[in-house]
Design a protein around this ligand. Structure first.
Ligand code: ZN
Ligand code: MN
Length: 145
C-alpha cells in the first residue's frame, strides 16, 4: 500500500517537474511509511546512516518541495518544530501532553461549525483547526503504579 502511494507521489512530483533523487525517494518513503508525524530532524536522524552526506537543510528543502506539490501537510502546534504528515485525507489529531505524540483520528469534518461561524460573523471561511489533547495509552500505562 505504501509502495502504491509512493509510486503515485513520484508521478505527482514528475508532473510538477521535480526530479527524483535517491534521497528524495527515501524521505518520501519514510514519510509515507511513518504514522508518527516526524519533524525534519527526526527524518534526518532516521536516514543519516543511509545518506551520510545529506544535511538537515536537504531534508527541509525536500519537505518544502513535497508540500508545494500537495503531498505533505506541515503541522505547527505551539512553539515546537513543525511536524510533517503524508496523510492528506481530512482527519483530526489527538496529541499526548506528556510525550508529544500525535495520533490521527477520523471524525466527520466539522463543516457545520464553519457555516455557523460564517453566518454569525460574515467572514468568508477558509479553514479551521481542531485538536484534542490528552495522555496517550503508553504514557498512561507508564504512569500507572
Ligand atoms: Zn504519550
Ligand atoms: Mn495526521
Amino acid at each position: 500500500m505504501v509502495s502504491e502511494r509512493l509510486a503515485e507521489a513520484v508521478d505527482i512530483l514528475k508532473e510538477n517537474g521535480v526530479r527524483m533523487t535517491p534521497q528524495r525517494h527515501a524521505i518520501l518513503n519514510f514519510l509515507l511509511s511513518s504514522m508518527s508525524h516526524p519533524t525534519a530532524d527526526e527524518i534526518y536522524k532516521a536516514l543519516e546512516m543511509t545518506f551520510p552526506n545529506m544535511s538537515v537543510a536537504t531534508v527541509y528543502n525536500n519537505l518544502r518541495v513535497f508540500k508545494d506539490a500537495g503531498l505533505v501537510k506541515e503541522l505547527t502546534y505551539g512553539d515546537a518544530s513543525s511536524r510533517f504528515d503524508a496523510n492528506m485525507k481530512d482527519h483530526y489529531h489527538i496529541i499526548c501532553r506528556h510525550c508529544g505524540k500525535i495520533t490521527d483520528f477520523d471524525y466527520p469534518t466539522l463543516t457545520e461549525v464553519e457555516v455557523k461561524a460564517a453566518e454569525e460573523t460574515g467572514y468568508q471561511i477558509e479553514s479551521h483547526r481542531m485538536e484534542i489533547y490528552g495522555i496517550c495509552p503508553s504514557c498512561k500505562t507508564k504512569n500507572e503504579p
